[in-house]
Design a protein around this ligand. Sequence first.
Ligand code: ADP
Ligand code: ZN
Ligand code: ZN
Length: 760
Amino acid sequence: MLLAFQFNAGPSSSDLYTAYQRFVIASSSLFLKVAVPTPLRRVFDYLSVVGTKAPVAGTRIRVPFGKRQVIGILLEITDSSTLPAKQLKPAIEYLDSEPLFSAELFKALLWASDYYQHPVGDTFATALPKLIRTGSPIKQPREIRYRALHPEQDLESRLARAPRQRELLETLTRRGPLSIAEIRQAGFDRALLRQLKDKGLTETSLADQSEEKPYPDAVVSASPIRPNPEQVMALTAIEPELGFRCSLLDGVTGSGKTEVYMQVMTKVLEAGKQCLLLVPEIGLTPQNLRRFEQRFNCPVVAMHSAMTDRERLLAWRATRSGCAPIVIGTRSAVFVPLANPGIIIIDEEHDASFKQQEGLRYSARDFAIKRAQLENIPVVLGSATPSLESLNNALAGKFQHLKLSQRAGLASAPKMSLIDMASDPVSEGISGALSVKIKKHLQQGNQVLLFINRRGYAPILQCDRCRWYCKCHHCNANMTVHANPPSLRCHHCEARTDIPSHCPNCKSDKISTLGAGTQKLEQFLSTEYRPFPVLRIDRDSTRGREAFAQLADKINQGEPSILLGTQMLAKGHHFPDVTLVAILDADIGLFSPDFRGQEQMIQTIVQVAGRAGRSSKVGEVVIQTRYAEHPGIASLMTQSYEHCAKALLTERKLSHMPPFSYLCLLRIESSVLQQGIRFARHCFGTALRLQQQVQQIELIGPLPAPMEKKAGRFRFQLHIKSASRPRLQRFLQQLAMKIEAGKTPSQVRWSMDVDAQDLL
Ligand code: ADP
Ligand code: ZN
Ligand code: ZN
């Protein structure tokens, strides 16, 4: 009405604008608080769009921002602004009529922004697929679909001489209404469809894909395995009807954790709700997907980094509308909207990949717990080697501690032994004793898995005369020698060079490689154990979308062979024909500068060992080390993971390290060394002054990072620790505000890493 009046009065656009602002102030309920994707830690105020109804929180909104237009998320509509209305600009457009998120997910994202001290606009941007961020509609646009019609009579005779039309009709009958794209995908063309239409055998409908194709009602498992008593206890404890509770499913490898997930999921699906399962690696997803697809009679939606933007958008829409009953994804899938959330499961919860190492440095596990609490649904953390954080929470009674102590079915625990490389000579990383075992297992028709956490050909290229060795110009690290194509590559940045023919220092041509990575071992093993094939599984051999799945298929054919791989092989795979597992060099993780080094080492050893003897065949695990007496390694031979982990917990308690304190790293990076040092000192000074006001905060720094230079940037850290999480939170928030209010030189970047996973 007001606007109509203004138009009648024929004001200029600037008059109109002023009048409009006055109207806004008068109606005093139309300030929009918008999360704009910028690195600034604040919310921006706008006036509502001229002539439209007020939008709802959680929708997208296009706003002017400096000279640009950006899409932000509307957080709140208020009746006041800290700025005078004159200084505010109106928003340009509302993109949605309904919120993108449920109220619970919306709250969880606001929590993440606060907890991780990350700008709220960028937090929302991180949680959304790119195409949603850039304005694609949240719902699948409606499209024409074709459905089969079956006349009462003479269908047979009418299609007697048209077998292709008949096939198309059968396809339409079987698969329900299809779009033209789907019809063509199934191998039929438009002409054929027209012929059917002309005969009155199809009808069209305009439909939203999701509305037309709900998933079938019968999603129940095909042939459920009978759970053993420990599984029954776990299943009873996880009861999805009971709402939020966090359970740690602490089960040795092969104990049937996945089976427990599937049986719980069955109950959730029967109640008409959705299941979200998070897994660590993209490599794991295809295998897992297949296992879940085989079990459940419903679509399984995957979410991982190898998907295209379009695929992500479709998956996001499907989870949001509720037509994806099962979602399996990696870290960022924890943000997918779910129409009917029923449970969140995190497999291999100890895995470091659940922590994002840049931007919003969130832990998908911790976010999942918060989200589940807000949604009032159960969350299950599964692992054979729980993180010390989760184990501690379970021991303290904060999580339900559910144990599966035995391997399920016919499999039994593998036999473990140590080989002391100090006394048994090693050739190309394989000791004499291990070589005998490898041959024995292969000749018995079984598979052997060799683990070495070092990809490439060799970790070092050096000059035999002057001991020069090749370092990366941009990082504090060696260049790794690669065989295919021959090159030197830095594993910490993109740097790549040719292999020099002469030492750049003394001009000698006697340069050689030191140590062995997977590529060199692959060469050696293929000749040493001919004719048995060697399958190398590392990041280089599994590039490309289907590469890992293809290698896994080959392994699962069961031919006697050697599987040689890195960390990728440690994760949750089920290779039933592997009977011997050897860790070629357990010492790599022994002297890590990181306080989590020991924890990660024992987790890796136990996980890799868990690949042995996963079916009826008896397994054997061999660990090669030069420090056979090291308590960390020796105790693993005779004691359980839990026993070793409890010993580490005691150490952490004595040294006040997480989980007995809360730790945040303030990370500072600069392309210019001096500026980095100066800024790190400035931050430390600011933190010291704040420390006077907030009690119980411990500060260490400023320190150069263990890897002082990475990708051309000098790196510094400030360690901020406290025994009280709320105090730490308060301190961090004030510190972030103070640093942001000051000047940050353009070469410098800083970020907060709350609950830092690694200190490198
Ligand atoms: P995890 O996830 O703990 O590694 P899985 O759930 O993959 O273990 O189970 C390992 C193997 O044991 C699978 O082949 C699975 O089908 C089988 N299994 C699980 N539970 C049972 C059971 N109760 N009885 C028989 N076999 C089982
Ligand atoms: Zn030299
Ligand atoms: Zn580098």
